[in-house]
Design a protein around this ligand. Structure first.
Ligand code: MG
Length: 675
């Protein structure tokens, strides 16, 4: 509904018509604080600023990447799931946008729709097509000058990956080394015996979660009598003995009004026989690899219905009362019973973290070799790079350089394979996801050439929604200084939102003007921008009702409507992308502080201004954005040659003394070429 409304709101015209007037605009002196509303010096009238950009020569200088979810982008066979042939059929749309590369969501066989729980790194998910479909996508994309980056999930596999299934089932399996298993994680971590969590000491136990491995613990079996003493409800006990007599028939037991159940083995939940005064008894032929629990409900796990051991290391000895705990309620293991556990940084038993050993020797680990060979296979097939998922979770100690060390090893390895695959003159592209603010991102530039800059959107969203423009450029330039200190040729992968965030249009109140401003800022600031599919149409969606709401199918009918409308958001995106592809100062240039309109100038709170400079050509552009809802007037203090872009209402007036006043409507943007 909101999205429909957005399209109905007329976008203010993008003024692209060529204008015959080549008269240079004379710069005005710097304004005094508190500059007035009216142009000074007996101004006459406001004239709409008409952009006169150079014609684009077709070179994709800006390196803009389009992020798409294969399952949601384009469906070729009508099964309701997007696929590779569907994407290939829509390449012309992406070509017309002027993007340089595509980031595909994981294409491998996986357990869930989103694909971040891979079960085979070497294959194409059959729901998305065949290997031949992949080859054709690569061929068709490359024919249009568009690169293809694959999402590579190397922190963990899905729990159904054959490596993990085999590792779980057999303690002697070679795949045991691919993951992190421990019988006593707390003790092993404290002693430094878990290489992936070896540098934090005992505190490393907090890194992620450990899950029981069924099928490999030493099984306890035999006929046992379980006796409960609940006479002290705060500290009930269980006592277990071996038993020679007959076992109970659980179907004949009336559990009474305050039932207790024995939960063990393959989800067996059998009632105790109440003996009165808080005592219960049950004799069973017991067999379990994970021990047992006592429950007070067969249907609920909540509110103290589950009673177990105070900790995993408290174990039961036959014949001795064992005090039950309803807080931690760990599985009750028998003394000497060993239980394997595996590690997941994401605290879900859905994922199993891969074990790359000590970071400095990661490439010697079998898991690394398997994953790297799989990635190398995709390079052989024509993939141009990778987006690496969750890279701050591979090793867990943020105070060390373990992750950058691992990433540099992987990057150098992939780059060598890329060169060997026929790309002698260029390096492989690789961007990492460190879902953090700039300060935490910066150290990762020691390992990778490109990283997503989440801070860019955080600052931009705040600035737009608060009409506060003057700090934006200073913040962004500050982050760039941090990155440069680590890697002089860093690539800040700027973006609005992605598949893990509420969509930009929703966070901008589904306002067409705000969406256009966000696009204008993204595409006129330094960085290497990403566009999340549908963002160029103003698609809305929030995660509140589930992640699927920010991952909906691409609305192709809206594309048709917006393609036909020169005032649509899509048309604004195309104009801005073309501009960025035309001017090196925008494409690969450096942001510079504006001497007048900057963080120190409180008179123009809603204004954000900077220069974009290209050292090689000497090209310099002036970029001005109005982050506020109302128009703002300002003296044009730079010697400009001509306007290159104007979005929203942009007017100027020339006073009789030759100075120029600029009027930027609410959420309007303008770019000038400087002399
Ligand atoms: Mg399909």
């Amino acid at each position: 509904m909101l999205r429909k409304l957005l399209f109905l709101l007329p976008l203010l015209a993008l003024l692209l018509t060529a204008c015959g007037d080549d008269t240079p605009i004379t710069p005005a002196p710097a304004p005094e604080p508190g500059g007035g509303d009216e142009p000074s010096g007996g101004q006459t009238e406001w004239v709409t600023v008409t952009p006169r950009p150079d014609e684009w020569d077709g070179q994709r200088r800006a390196g803009i990447t389009y992020q798409l979810l294969v399952y949601s982008f384009a469906d070729s066979d009508g099964d309701g799931t997007g696929d590779l042939p569907g994407l290939t059929a829509r390449l012309d749309y992406l070509d017309r946008m002027g993007v340089s590369a595509l980031w595909l969501s994981p294409i491998h066989p996986a357990m869930s729709y989103h694909g971040y729980d891979v079960t085979d790194y070497t294959a194409v998910n059959p729901a998305f097509g065949s290997m031949a479909d992949f080859d054709r996508l690569i061929q068709e994309a490359h024919a249009r000058g568009i690169k293809v980056y694959l999402d590579f999930v190397l922190n963990h596999t899905g729990k159904d990956h054959p490596w993990f299934l085999e590792a779980k089932a057999d303690a002697d399996s070679p795949y045991r080394q691919y993951y992190t298993f421990s019988r006593d994680p707390e003790a092993d971590i404290a002693a430094g015996r878990v290489p992936m969590i070896a540098t934090e000491g005992a505190a490393g136990y907090q890194a992620g979660e450990w899950f029981n491995v069924t099928g490999t613990a030493s099984e306890v079996s035999g006929r046992f009598r379980f006796r409960l003493d609940w006479s002290d409800p705060k500290a009930p006990t269980v006592t277990v003995d071996e038993w020679d007599g007959p076992a109970d028939d659980p179907s004949g037991i009336d559990p009474g009004l305050e039932p207790r159940y024995l939960y063990y083995g393959d989800a067996l939940c059998l009632p105790f026989r109440p003996l009165g005064e808080g005592r219960y008894e049950l004799i069973v032929d017991f067999a379990s690899q994970w021990g047992f629990l006592i429950r007070t409900s067969t249907t609920s796990w909540d509110g103290g219905t589950k009673w177990g051991a105070p900790s995993a290391s408290d174990k039961l000895t036959l014949g001795q009362p064992f005090t039950l705990d309803s807080g931690t309620a760990a599985d009750i293991l028998f003394a000497d019973q060993a239980l394997w556990k595996y590690h997941s940084a994401f605290r879900t038993d859905w994922f199993a973290d891969l074990n790359y050993g000590p970071a400095t020797q990661c490439d010697r680990s079998p898991a690394y070799r398997a994953v790297a060979d799989a990635a190398g296979g995709w390079i052989q097939r024509g993939a141009d790079g990778f987006r690496l998922d969750a890279v701050k979770h591979i090793y867990h100690n943020a105070a060390t350089d373990e992750n950058p060390t691992f990433l540099r090893t992987f990057y150098d390895d992939m780059n060598a394979r890329y060169h060997a695959a026929g790309h002698a003159d260029s390096d492989i592209y690789m961007v990492g996801e460190v879902l953090s603010e700039h300060g935490e991102v910066a150290p990762y530039y020691a390992g990778l050439p490109a990283l997503f800059e989440f801070s860019f959107w955080y600052r931009l969203e705040y600035a737009i929604n608060n009409g506060m423009g003057r700090y934006f450029a200073k913040d962004i330039m500050g982050y760039r200084d941090e990155y440069q200190a680590v890697r002089p040729d860093y690539i800040a992968a700027t973006k609005l939102t992605n598949h893990d965030e509420d969509r930009a249009a929703s966070l901008l109140s589904a306002s067409a003007d705000k969406c256009r401003l966000a696009a204008a800022v993204l595409l006129t600031a330094s960085g290497t921008p990403y566009i999340y599919y549908g963002e160029e149409l103003g698609v809305t969606g929030t995660k509140q009702q589930g992640d699927e709401n920010v991952r909906q199918p691409m609305p192709w009918t809206d594309v048709d409507t917006q393609e036909a409308d020169p005032h649509s958001l899509l048309s604004a995106y195309r104009t801005l992308i073309e501009l960025r592809n035309t001017y090196p100062a925008l494409a690969t240039g450096r942001m510079e502080r504006h001497p007048v309109y900057n963080d120190a100038n409180a008179t123009y709170n809603q204004l954000s201004a900077w220069y974009m400079a290209d050292d090689a050509s000497g090209q310099r552009l002036l970029v001005l954005h109005n982050f506020g809802p109302s128009a703002t007037d300002l003296p044009l203090t730079d010697a400009v040659q001509r306007p290159l872009a104007a979005l929203g209402t942009v007017q100027q007036s020339t006073a009789s003394d030759g100075t120029t006043q600029l009027r930027l409507g609410g959420y309007a943007s303008v770019v000038y070429l400087l002399e």
